[in-house]
Design a protein around this ligand. Sequence first.
Ligand code: SF4
Ligand code: SF4
Length: 93
Amino acid sequence: MDKTQIKIDYKKCGPNARIDPRECRKCMNVCDPAVFLMHPTLEEHKDPYNPEKWLVTPVWPCMCTGCMRCAQVCPEQAITVKAQRSLYQLRQP
Ligand code: SF4
Ligand code: SF4
């Protein structure tokens, strides 16, 4: 079975982009199965206890239902989803 592919264009959302994901979070807010994680980048930080650079990463693509809400709400059109049937859907009655 093909795997669901979710890509985020970090030129549009991320530490070197116009949008800081911490100020948006829309994709995370609309995703029921919680596919996304927000985390500091692996780049060096001045203060590792107060990282300044953050990314959103789709860490659980196998849970994606293909609803496309994340792509629809993203103000930067930074998200591309190629969905297959997910574990989340297989769990539903
Ligand atoms: S398509 Fe739907 S389920 Fe999949 S990552 Fe986006 S919001 Fe979540
Ligand atoms: S909705 Fe788009 S711009 Fe907003 S945090 Fe998610 S990927 Fe970034």
